[in-house]
Design a binder for this molecule. Structure first.
Ligand SMILES: Nc1ncnc2c1ncn2[C@@H]1O[C@H](COP(=O)(O)OP(=O)(O)OP(=O)(O)O)[C@@H](O)[C@H]1O
Length: 344
């Protein structure tokens, strides 16, 4: 029995030999069992690529990834993965889809939870999947995933096409069910505000690299927001600073006490994430449960060996080579960082 849900060591993925861009590079991280982990980052950061590796749908170009103490292929029965485009059989009805889930997972199937998720959305078991809206399909995909009673649930932007009420309600069901069964959940999302309070672990990716990784509380505690007259913040590590008139606001990683004259505040998750997205060259930081202190990693240049956001290469050469024979992420995801408001 392992206490680790996901462990990646120097994981790297390069799509197509002619492309210079790496979708993921030097990705080393560990997720303990039982956590609810948010995976955030701008478009094209590598979130879907990381989740697809964990699901065993992509083969690493370099490095390795282990899931539930074994290879992703060997763990497939014990995990569920909901891809961004929520693939389902359009010609089946909702009821037939759930029966298929039961037949494919005879030893694990939890008909009660699958039925509840569908019922809470008011879905008719006789409706064909092709006649459902995007949000209704998401509900069926989540019913299939939770019905499998997985030890690890991988969700790629699960809530993106749900209305706010459905989002809130489904997230509640998902978290309550996961807490009851000790399911590890890994969920990518652009709605950071929604993740605060739901997730206890964070992976922030940028340019295919790990920028922040670790328990949410520890990551938040390792940072301080300071405001004061423009001045030198040494010896603290400044992640990002902005000036307004003679005032300066900065997100720092304090090295000891912050001097007098600075007003200090604890950052919210959104402030932490947005500051790192606005400052792509800030040093990466990985924390573990055991860390009381944190270790900074070397600053990297996200573009030094090929830009994973290079739209021209990814799309024009026509060599997006999803290992499953189809484009893993048809939306391309290459528009770069968007760092305003509650979304990243
Ligand atoms: N099948 C593929 N073939 C070629 N390039 C790909 C493929 N899948 C992803 N990429 C590229 O890898 C990079 C990372 O993509 P990925 O989909 O993992 O990002 P993401 O963080 O999930 O983005 P988004 O938030 O837009 O969903 C992007 O530059 C993307 O164009």
């Amino acid at each position: 029995m392992t206490d680790t849900a996901i462990e990646a060591a120097a994981l790297g993925k390069r799509f197509g030999w002619r492309q210079k861009g790496w979708a993921l590079r030097d990705c080393t991280l560990r997720l303990p069992m039982g956590r609810v982990c948010a995976v955030v980052g701008p478009n094209g950061a590598g979130k879907s690529t990381l989740l697809a590796h964990a699901a065993g749908l992509l083969v690493p170009t370099e490095g390795s990834i282990a899931v539930l103490g074994t290879t992703p292929a060997a763990a497939r029965e014990r995990m569920a993965y909901v891809a961004q485009d929520k693939p389902l059989y359009p010609q089946l009805t909702v009821g037939e889809t759930l029966r298929m889930g039961a037949e494919l997972n005879p030893r694990r199937w939890d008909a009660a939870v699958a039925g509840r998720i569908v019922e809470e959305g008011g879905l008719d078991l006789g409706s064909r999947v092709r006649s459902l809206s995007g949000g209704q399909r998401t509900r069926v995909a989540l019913a299939l995933a939770l019905g499998k009673r997985p030890e690890l649930l991988l969700l790629d932007e699960p809530m993106a096409d749900l209305d706010p009420l459905a989002r809130h309600q489904l997230m509640g069901t998902l978290l309550a069910d996961s807490a009851e069964h000790g399911t590890t959940v890994v969920m990518s999302s652009h709605v950071v505000a929604e993740l605060e309070g739901s997730c206890d672990h964070l992976f922030l990716l940028g340019g295919g690299r790990v920028r922040l990784a670790g328990p949410m509380d520890a990551l938040l505690a390792a940072h301080t927001l300071v405001t004061g007259p423009i001045g030198d913040l040494a010896p603290h590590t400044v992640v990002e600073s902005r000036t307004t008139g003679r005032q300066m606001t900065a997100l720092i990683r304090p090295e000891g006490r912050v001097g007098p004259g600075w007003q200090t505040d604890a950052p919210t998750l959104e402030e932490l994430v947005l500051a790192h997205l606005r400052a792509p060259d800030a040093p990466a930081l990985t924390l573990t449960d055991e860390d009381d202190t944190y270790v900074e990693e070397e600053t990297y240049d996200a573009h030094d060996d090929g830009d994973a956001h290079d739209e021209g290469d990814a799309h024009d050469e026509g060599d997006r080579d999803g290992e499953n024979g189809d484009d893993e992420n048809g939306d391309g995801g290459t528009s770069g960082a968007e760092t305003r408001g509650a979304s990243v």
